[in-house]
Design a protein around this ligand. Structure first.
Ligand SMILES: [Zn+2]
Length: 74
């Protein structure tokens, strides 16, 4: 059971660019797409942040497809 779950999660994960905090005792990080500054500072401890990659689960968008396929009514 647990093996199957792990495999499914690995398949759904994708690497995305992120910013991570450089402080050793802080593991805050933000997705690059949410960062507007050229060099953001950590929202938790105000330390400098550096670019990195992180594997996160891909978001499955089931609802949007249904919406697009809805028929127009006149
Ligand atoms: Zn921090």
């Amino acid at each position: 059971m647990s093996l199957i779950t792990t495999e499914a999660q690995a398949e759904a994960a994708k690497e995305v660019p992120i910013w991570k905090c450089t402080a050793a005792d802080c593991n805050a990080w933000i997705k690059d797409e949410y960062v507007t500054e050229a060099s953001p500072s950590c929202p938790l401890c105000n330390s400098a942040m550096e670019r990195d990659l992180r594997e996160i689960p891909a978001v499955v968008k089931k609802f949007r497809k249904t919406f697009i396929m809805g028929k127009r009514r006149f």
